[in-house]
Design a protein around this ligand. Structure first.
Ligand code: KG4
Ligand code: ZN
Length: 335
C-alpha cells in the first residue's frame, strides 16, 4: 500500500509518501516562515493562500521523487485537525478531491496523533505502551499510549502551550519568529545562575501544565532588570531552564503514575537540546528509555501524516465523502 500524506495545518506545506514495504519513500516540505516572520507570528489568511499556491506542486514533487505515477497511489491521508481552519481546509479539499478523482480511499488524520507516532518512523522505534509528551506551538500534553489508537490524556496545558510560551518570550526579547530556536540560541550566551524563574504547577498534584505565569514573570524581570543584551541572554536562559525543568518533572511523574518505562517526545519543542539533555538524565535515573523523531520530524511534516494515515487505512478505516476539517478536536475522538 502506498499512502500520500498532506500537511497544511499551520505554516508548513508538506507532502510525503509512505509505503507498506519500503516505509517512507518521499518527503517534501515548504516552510512559510519567511512570509510570517515580518509579522512576528503566523497570519492565518496568508498561510491559507500560500498553501493553495504550494500544495499541488509539492504533491507532484513527492510522486515524482518516489518514481510513481498518481494512479499508483492507494490512499490519501490529510491533517484534518487541530490547526488554522483556512489552512486545514486547503489540505482537506485537495486531498479529498484527489482521492475522489483517483477513486481511492482518503483518511482524515489528527495532527497530534501523527506527532506522537512520528518516532515510529525511526529505526529505533518505541514499543507500545509508552507515555508521550507532545509539545508544540499549539499544544502541551502528556498522553498514555496503550497501543495504536488507544490514547488517554494524562495532562495538558491550562493556558499557553510550551512552544507558544517560547514564541511569546522571543517576541518580548526582540527575537525573530519562530521563537523556540531563537530563545534556545540566545540562552547559550546566558548565565543560568543569574535569575531563577518559577517552575509552574510542580507543587500541585496532577499532570497539567501552565506557562502563562512564567511569561508574566519574564515580562516583569525584563522591565525590572533592563534590556541590555547580556540581561536578555540571562533571561532567555532562565526561561528555558524553567520550561524544561517543568516538562521533565511532569514526564517523570507521568512515568511513575502509569508505571511505564518508555517515553516518547514529539512536537516542535522536542527539538530543544536542553530538554533532550535533561530528559536523558532523568530517564537514566529512573531506568526509562526516551524516544524522539529525527529533528526534521519533530516539527510539522507530512511523513508523520502519511504514516498515521497508512496505519488507519491498513486497519481498514477510511472516510466517507465529506471534507473533514476542524480547528479543535480532543485527541482520541473520531476525526
Ligand atoms: O510542532 P510544531 O512544528 O507546530 C505546531 O504544531 O505547533 O511546533 C512549533 C513550535 C513553535 O512554537 C516553536 O517555537 C517550537 O515549536 N520550537 C522550539 C524549538 N524548535 C521549535 N521550542 C524550543 N526549542 C526549540 N529548539
Ligand atoms: Zn505540529
Amino acid at each position: 500500500m502506498k499512502v500520500l500524506g498532506i500537511e497544511t495545518s499551520c505554516d508548513e506545506t508538506a507532502t510525503a509518501i509512505y509505503t507498506a514495504d519500503k516505509g517512507l519513500i518521499a518527503n517534501a516540505i515548504y516552510s512559510q516562515i519567511p512570509i510570517h516572520a515580518k509579522y512576528g507570528g503566523v497570519v492565518p489568511e496568508l498561510a491559507s493562500r500560500d498553501h493553495i499556491r504550494k500544495l499541488i506542486p509539492l504533491i507532484d514533487k513527492v510522486i515524482e521523487d518516489a518514481n510513481l505515477t498518481k494512479d499508483q497511489i492507494d490512499g490519501i491521508a490529510y491533517t484534518s485537525t487541530p490547526g488554522l481552519i483556512g489552512a486545514l481546509l486547503v489540505g482537506a479539499a485537495v486531498g479529498k478531491s484527489l482521492g475522489f478523482a483517483l477513486n481511492i480511499p482518503t483518511i482524515a488524520v489528527h495532527h497530534m496523533e501523527a506527532h506522537l507516532l512520528a518516532p515510529m518512523l525511526e529505526e529505533q522505534k518505541p514499543l507500545f505502551p509508552f507515555v508521550a509528551l507532545l509539545v508544540s506551538g499549539g499544544h502541551s500534553m502528556l498522553v498514555e499510549v496503550e497501543e495504536f489508537g488507544k490514547y488517554t490524556l494524562l495532562g495538558e496545558t491550562l493556558d499557553d502551550a510550551a512552544g507558544e510560551a517560547f514564541d511569546k518570550v522571543a517576541k518580548l526579547l526582540g527575537l525573530p519568529y519562530p521563537g523556540g530556536p531563537a530563545v534556545a540560541k540566545l540562552a547559550e550566551q546566558g548565565d543560568k545562575k543569574r535569575f531563577h524563574f518559577p517552575r509552574p504547577m510542580i507543587d500541585r498534584p496532577g499532570l497539567d501544565f501552565s506557562f502563562s505565569g512564567l511569561k508574566t514573570f519574564t515580562v516583569n524581570t525584563l522591565h525590572k532588570q533592563g534590556d541590555d543584551s547580556q540581561t536578555k541572554a540571562d533571561i532567555a536562559c532562565a526561561f528555558q531552564e524553567a520550561v524544561v525543568d517543568t516538562l521533565v518533572i511532569k514526564c517523570r511523574r507521568a512515568l511513575e503514575q502509569t508505571n511505564l518505562s518508555r517515553l516518547v517526545i514529539a512536537g516542535g519543542v522536542s527539538a530543544n537540546l536542553l530538554l533532550r539533555q535533561k530528559l536523558k538524565k532523568m530517564a537514566k535515573k529512573h531506568h526509562a528509555e526516551v524516544f524522539y523523531p529525527r529533528f526534521e520530524f519533530c516539527t510539522d511534516n507530512a511523513a508523520m501524516i502519511a504514516y498515521a494515515g497508512y496505519l488507519h487505512l491498513a486497519a481498514g478505516q477510511h472516510d466517507g465523502m465529506e471534507i473533514l476539517a476542524q480547528a479543535r478536536m480532543p485527541l482520541g475522538e473520531e476525526v
